[in-house]
Design a protein around this ligand. Structure first.
Ligand code: NAD
Ligand code: DAU
Length: 351
């Protein structure tokens, strides 16, 4: 996809979405970028303060499940491309309140697919619907093996089941209506602007506040971590060079057991905060496990590497240091997002 284009990015005020919006606004001045976001608890326009006045950036507040509104939006703009990130994204919240995940992740995706299809009016030339998904749709790995693009879907949480369902609908629209699509399934992201309900920013915030670090179960669960700007650069490549109807797995080649990652984070935080060695580690508390907790995720990202030439740009140690520095230098951002509703979420989840 190239030239003068209108691109809709959904969920652009969230964690990954804001990095994708920034990359596209800065790298492609010839595109008009439309950021559609409902600004739920996870959406924050402060994430985009630095680019909000760019002439190729447009923000639209709206809900992807609001069918009449979305239909009208697509009929007006006839977007050339859609990069769909808007979602409910936290597994723990999906365990407590699954229905909103079905509404946003399944129905919301359907509303977008229908509106995109209608606005194209059977002429899909130069059009693309890019659906951003997760490795969690594949379920869990044992001690060995990697998720490939052909691993069967086997989701275990309401969140991953809703993402798997939306992936299936995107594919079905490709088969049934020839709707041009690509899908990517990525592993755990970390970096600036991640809402502090997810492991790394939650634990950074708790260390700053000297609060306990609630490790689920025995901590021997494995995740494959990728720096968020490397995910954004992969999304850029898939959007511009991905083959229609294909799936691309994206991962960091970077597996960590939770407890080892938490200990590394504690060591780095002690150094950054000038605290005695071991102080942050003493905050680790083993708590009740997450129900249906997937043991291990690990991505085989060789397809996107070989076919599109994508590589992560930073090591985990570098990315983690950038991330820690960002949170320490942006405690106003942290304080803003952890006041109000966050407090009652935290109480319910951890006491
Ligand atoms: P996030 O929770 O930080 O952001 C989600 C954004 O979507 C928020 O800005 C929110 O306001 C918006 N949103 C939610 N419901 C909406 C609705 N009904 N209408 C319009 N906007 C709505 O999520 P994230 O971590 O940035 O994840 C973005 C996408 O990437 C999701 O689809 C997620 O499944 C996927 N993903 C995330 C990760 C990860 O590690 N965070 C990894 C792989 C894939
Ligand atoms: O794999 C991609 C997925 O990664 C994305 O699709 C999801 O949107 C994203 O939230 C993330 O899911 P996880 O459940 O893996 O991320 P989370 O940060 O919630 O948890 C990471 C690991 O840490 C997991 O094994 C659970 C554990 N954990 C998490 C929290 C919040 C704890 O031990 N304690 C905690 O308080």
């Amino acid at each position: 996809m190239s030239g003068k284009k209108k691109i809709l990015i959904t969920g652009g005020a969230g964690f990954i979405g804001s990095h994708v919006v920034r990359l596209f606004v800065e790298k492609y001045p010839e595109y008009q970028i439309f950021n559609l976001d409902a600004l739920t608890y996870a959406g924050n326009l402060e994430n985009l303060n630095d680019i909000k006045d760019q002439s190729n950036y447009n923000f639209i507040k709206g809900d992807i499940t609001d069918e009449p509104f979305i239909k009208k939006l697509f009929a007006t703009h006839k977007f050339d491309g859609v990069i769909h990130l808007a979602a409910e994204s936290h597994v723990d919240r999906s365990i407590k309140d699954p229905l909103i995940f079905v509404k946003t992740n399944v129905i919301g995706t359907m509303v977008l697919l229908n509106a995109f299809k209608s606005s194209c009016n059977a002429n899909f030339d130069g059009k693309l619907f890019y659906h951003i998904s997760t490795d969690e749709v594949y379920g869990t790995l044992g001690e060995k093996g990697l998720f490939t693009e052909t691993t069967p879907y086997n989701p275990n949480s309401p969140y991953s089941a809703s993402k798997a369902s939306s992936d299936h609908f995107v594919r079905a629209y490709g088969e049934t209506y020839n709707l041009p699509y690509v899908i990517s399934n990525c592993s755990n992201n970390y970096g600036q602007h991640q809402f502090p309900e997810k492991l790394i920013p939650l634990f950074i915030n708790n260390i700053i506040e000297n609060k306990s670090l609630p490790v689920y179960g025995d901590g021997n669960y494995t995740r494959d971590w990728l720096y968020v700007k490397d995910h954004a650069s992969a999304i850029d490549m898939v959007f511009h060079k991905g083959k229609l109807g294909e799936t691309y797995n994206i991962g960091g080649f970077n597996e960590w057991k939770n407890i080892d990652l938490v200990k590394l984070l504690c060591q780095q935080m002690d150094i950054k905060l000038g605290r005695p060695k071991g102080l942050s580690e003493s905050l680790i508390t083993y708590v009740k496990d997450r129900p249906g907790h997937d043991l291990r995720y690990a991505i085989d990202a060789s397809k996107i590497q070989k076919e599109l030439g994508w590589e992560p740009s930073v090591t985990f140690e570098e990315g983690l240091e950038i991330t820690i520095d960002w949170y320490l230098n942006n405690q106003i951002w942290l304080n803003n997002v952890t006041s109000g509703a966050y407090k009652s979420y935290y109480e319910k989840q951890y006491t």
